[in-house]
Ligand binder design. Sequence first.
Ligand SMILES: [Zn+2]
Length: 93
Amino acid sequence: MTDPITPIPHDRAAGENECEHALVHLNEFLDSEMTPEDEQRMRAHVAHCSPCLAELSVEELVKQLVRRSCSERAPETLRVRIHAQLTVMSTVE
Ligand SMILES: [Zn+2]
């Protein structure tokens, strides 16, 4: 299986822009409102960038929980708690 998208190296200069792109479009991605190109770029990036993948996972989990509980917004404490858990998970090799 070949991936047509070139992985974006996570170095200082280029990495920051890709991370910014990922974070800025996080909600569009989760709501499936992205262009296919942006979505591919996002997927390619988070596949190689664990901080952004963690961020994406947090938002996704929070979204699911919010949807289930039918409330407007997840409480900030929940977001922080999930984030802390994922950070621990992603740093354990
Ligand atoms: Zn990133």
